[in-house]
Design a binder for this molecule. Structure first.
Ligand SMILES: [Zn+2]
Length: 254
């Protein structure tokens, strides 16, 4: 049963928005949990987001039962390897990898699907690798590939778990309550640890072939620009170390 909720701005928490567009979805039995929503802009901070959507619990059920991120590949493809290497180069430049003890540097990849990036890191010498995903099948596939894996959403992580580096690749655009989720992340990130975020850039939507309406999907409910992501992270005490448009973003918590 779809339960629609009015949604305060997920960044500044005000409710003062302007409707830009109404998105409608085709009703597909047993998959559809969302018939549509309003794409709105926050008049207080300028953030663009989906309003009048179900709560996080209904999204969590959808990701648990209808995940589409379970494609198993025995070997990483050439295109994955080149993408992951570019990503790792960026990360290592930011975190000064000469100081990393590869045995003790704790890495978590949250919303990692089948953990392909972790498999890549394993081949590069990193050892304490932890995959976290809401899909039970993704977790099974990671374990089959000898990756330490746990079934959980971003909001179900336990405070005693601590990591030096957390990656969220294509995750924050799916989260209903961003402030709550970032607070949860801070609990499991070691002081001085690093957070790597990658999200679709709203300012690039106009360049897409299916622009811009396909970006307003059932799963994507937050539409970040560099400024809005920075507003969110600054609010929680993070310092921007470096960013790349169309590539990566890395923050440290100090
Ligand atoms: Zn706002």
């Amino acid at each position: 049963m779809e339960r629609i909720e009015k949604r305060n701005c997920p960044i500044c928490d005000h409710y003062n928005n302007e409707i830009l567009f109404r998105q409608e979805f085709v009703d597909i039995k047993e998959v559809t949990f969302l018939k549509g929503y309003e794409v709105v802009v926050c008049n207080n901070c300028g953030f663009l987001y989906a309003d009048n959507i179900p709560g996080q619990k209904e999204f969590d059920l959808y990701y648990k039962n209808c995940s589409k991120y379970e494609v198993k590949a025995d070997e990483l493809t050439d295109s994955q390897i080149s993408r992951f290497q570019a990503s790792l180069n960026f990360i290592e430049e930011c975190i000064n990898n000469e100081e990393i003890n590869f045995e003790e540097f704790r890495i978590a990849d949250i919303g990692c699907a089948t953990g392909d990036f972790l498999r890549f890191l394993k081949g590069k010498g990193y050892q304490d690798l932890n995959g976290i995903d809401p899909s039970p099948l993704c977790v099974k596939l990671m374990k089959d590939n000898h990756i330490n894996a746990k079934q959980a959403t971003i909001n179900e992580l336990e405070e005693h778990e601590k990591y030096d580096f957390i990656r969220l690749n294509a995750v924050l655009e799916h989260v209903v309550d961003l402030n709550y989720s970032i607070t949860q992340l801070k609990k499991i990130l070691n002081k001085g640890g690093y957070l790597y975020l990658s999200v679709p850039n709203v300012q690039g939507f106009k360049e897409l072939v299916n622009c811009p309406f396909q970006e307003f999907s059932v799963e994507h409910i937050n539409y970040f620009s560099k400024n809005s992501l920075s507003n969110l992270m600054r609010k929680h005490g993070f310092t921007l170390i470096d960013y790349q448009i169309n590539h990566n973003k890395l923050y440290s918590w100090s």
